[in-house]
Design a binder for this molecule. Sequence first.
Ligand code: UGA
Length: 434
Amino acid sequence: MKITFIGTGYVGLVSAIMMAYIGHEVTSIDIDKEKIASLKNSIIPIYEPKLEEYLKIAKEQNRIKFSTEYDDKIFASDAIFVCVGTPELPSGEANLEYIYNSIDCLINFLHEKSVIIIKSTVPPSTCKKIDSYLKAKNLNCHIVSNPEFLREGSAIEDFLNPDRVIIGVESAHAKSIIAKIYESFSLRNIPILYTDLASSELIKYVSNCFLATKIAFINEIANLSEKIGTNIEDVSLGTGLDRRIGIEFLKAGPGFGGSCFPKDILALKDLAKKNDVNINILDAVIIANNKRPFDMADKILKILEANNIKDPKITFLGLSFKSGTDDLRTSPSLEIIKILQKKEMNIIGYDPISMKYARKFIDNLECADSYLEACNNSDAVIITTEWEEFKFLDFQAIYKKMNSKIIIDLRNILDRDSIVKKGFKYFSIGRKDE
Ligand code: UGA
């Protein structure tokens, strides 16, 4: 199928490359000239494991083109995927400005068989409103909702093997087109759920908000677990093994971050409020997650105090909001750093991937070029992102570099016994540490 993608952000870029990889003929458009120039040179502007290799394959097979121009190729497309950002407005409401800008740019190239597939996360009824907007301009196109569920860091696997594909569609022509686009998925028995437009739009918000709720819940249970001396890792596993609950997204840590959960919770709350409905649980999720960095900062300060450490130098290993990504948006790590900076702590940060952006997010953050440099004369090493390589650091070398030998593992990725055997004092989340 001939497919046009609008937007080369996270969702747009991964989807365009992977749709080309599975055999479609893709044109990916973005008004950002710099991004398109770098993609033409096969340089991916985001960090996503293996994406560059898939781009190479798609290019070798001549199935993907990048462009800054909206042109006649759009007219000949079987479908147009809109994948632009929908950041939150100060009220929490999703900002649909970029969606309508891209619809306006498409207008000259639309006809009665055009299928516009909204992949961006948008509040229920947006697709209907786009349909009316186009109808008012005498354009009877076909609008489809097809939300995306891929996660940064595991986007390729999530694209190729999704738990489900959700399609909101209310026209037979559009349904036949989207069924062809996803044919290779239905042949592999991946569930494809067809719904009305608004239900599909809502599914995306409910999914993200539910996952965020699980995390906020387990983090509060981790607080309790620390107080009563139980082991949160066992509690999560033992609870999650009940298939009605599920083990995923029950990992306690420094709180959820990123660009999607925080924004989608606010957008769903805004939608509910406009409809005179309270989703009280979401208020609790926001309160719990906003408090999380303060809890973590408190925990760090208490450990330092209990160990009589004055004027400490603190090392943060991990700055991105989770492993596998260079994304620093709403990163719990940076939130904790900001709180400690206000207390005039001497902090140095290191991240294997996101260093080049870190200073943009925090002006006065000192960053090191290696983890060992970051640990030099440090009194406490705080692990805030669960990078795989942090499990295999040279702890003997770290020990020699450090001043006070304290490790605070906010992701519970290290093995306590082996770290303690190496001479460190080890502290973690949701467990009795001493
Ligand atoms: C999330 C959803 O998981 C995707 O399905 C969705 O497509 C995406 O948002 C989106 O709307 O675009 P993402 O933001 O990439 O994906 O990251 P997640 O892997 O969901 O992690 C979100 C946050 O929760 C991270 O800070 C992570 O560290 C935290 N988390 C996750 C936990 O603290 N514990 C867990 O058990 C799982």
